[in-house]
Unconditional design. Structure first.
Length: 437
């Protein structure tokens, strides 16, 4: 069965492509796609309350929170204020009751607040997680039926959902953009008046100066501070990463019925593996000189991608995720010379930054051919990573290997044999429960 809506998941991470070619996505499309994939996995329609709550509901709760983390973090306010041994503090908590001291660095002429690790609790008072779960796909109806039964088990789960505390942790990255390896917050005075500055001691959302902000690039996550008359400062973060702390719903053991006597049974298992996939010919979702996968234009490629997704999802759901540590992907480009011709049905090339072939000059056709092979493999991997994350919550890592480049090797190196993507899971065979027929 072809998943005609699979492109919607991929386009969610490629908004700039949607803008260029005039395509749209809808939330209904995303929900239909997720439902169709789960149905193809033969997920059992009836499970025990423990499995429903502790597995399915827990996974969906964490997915809902992950989708809302920037929204939630945007309601957590901080302030840069006076105080501390060197006169500058980061204030946070209810009413700014807590503070961390910046230390002045005379050499750099700035104040620094190192953050080896810092955990905050995000406000969730205005989110009804029970309603969010009941309206989620594909198990919202199951959750609604569960919550409709007002017994002690349901009351215990509702209590947990009504008291959800979302933890967000900031920590220093192992590798940072700063030469000296600093990770944390920095504050410096400036002679220029920053845009949208707040007063010294005035609160602002933490997303303004952390990696959760919607701006990308070095130096863009910063906030102007008006210290006094004609005196300004700037506070920003560097070398930090954010980690959303996952939650776990539990049914109290004392509410569960007594277990029956243990009966030894034989559990049927099967070998589960993920084969190496070769994406070539009609399975390649690329127009000439383009690097993003357009599944809506290539139905056979969409169907092939769905098979790859299902293979990974089955392996991960069977408990094999920790074995997916060496997945790699490699592209290849045949001997034909790349060019800047825009293919029919598109308004422009989809190369990032509006620089054809990443800025590689037209005199370096071999370099452009290599760029095309590598970036098609990279974007195909990104599409797979996104869908696997959405379906299972698993963070799949894929290493992009240097692609094969046949440019200039003559007509014998033309055609689909030399123009393809090879996905190699390197996943050992995993023992999992036999699939129900």
């Amino acid at each position: 069965m072809k998943n005609k809506l699979i492109e919607s998941e991929i386009r969610k991470m490629m908004n700039f492509i949607d803008y260029k070619v005039g395509m749209t996505i809808t939330e209904q499309n995303d929900n239909n796609y997720r439902t169709s994939l789960l149905n193809e996995q033969n997920t059992p329609p009836t499970v025990s309350p423990v499995e429903l709550v502790e597995t399915y509901m827990t996974n969906d709760l964490n997915r809902i929170i992950s989708n809302k983390q920037e929204e939630l973090a945007g309601k957590y306010e901080i302030a840069v204020a006076g105080g501390g041994s060197d006169g500058v503090q980061l204030r946070f908590g209810e009413g700014g009751a807590k503070g961390l001291d910046f230390k002045k660095n005379e050499y750099l002429r700035r104040w620094r607040l190192p953050i080896p690790e810092w955990k905050i609790t995000l406000p969730t008072d205005d989110i009804d997680f029970i309603a969010e779960l009941e309206n989620s796909q594909p198990y919202g109806k199951n959750y609604k039926a569960f919550f409709a039964v007002n017994d002690d088990i349901v009351k215990a789960v509702k209590k947990q959902l009504n008291n959800v505390k979302v933890g967000l942790k900031f920590k220093k990255m192992e590798q940072t953009d700063d030469d000296d390896g600093f990770g944390g917050f920095q504050f410096a005075l400036t002679n220029k008046k920053p845009k949208n500055a707040v007063n010294f001691g005035q609160s602002f959302p933490i997303t303004k100066i952390t990696p959760l902000g919607n701006k990308l690039g070095l130096g863009t996550n910063s906030m102007g501070i008006k210290v006094g008359d004609n005196t300004y400062g700037v506070v920003w973060s560097s070398g930090l990463e954010t980690i959303l702390i996952k939650l776990k719903l539990k049914i109290p053991a004392e509410l569960l019925p007594e277990e029956p006597p243990i009966v030894t049974t034989t559990t049927t298992e099967e070998d589960i593996n993920i084969p190496t996939f070769s994406v070539e010919g009609a399975n390649l979702p690329y127009a000439d000189n383009m690097i993003m996968p357009y599944f809506n234009k290539y139905p056979e490629a969409e169907e092939h991608f769905s098979k790859i997704v299902n293979a990974f999802v089955k392996y991960i759901n069977a408990g094999g995720g920790d074995k997916l540590t060496n997945v790699n992907i490699k592209g290849s480009a045949d001997s034909a010379a790349p060019n800047e011709n825009i293919p029919s049905g598109y308004s422009k090339l989809d190369h990032p930054g509006d620089k054809p072939f990443g800025g590689i000059p037209s005199t370096d056709l071999k370099g452009r051919n290599q760029w095309l092979a590598d970036n098609r493999a990279k974007e195909y991997a990104n599409a797979l990573i996104r869908v696997i994350k959405d379906m299972t919550g698993f963070d799949l890592k894929i290493e992009v290997l240097p692609g094969d480049n046949y440019y200039g090797q003559g007509p014998s190196k033309r055609g689909q044999e030399y123009r393809k993507i090879t996905l190699t899971p390197n996943a050992p065979t995993h023992k999992g429960p036999a699939e129900k027929k």
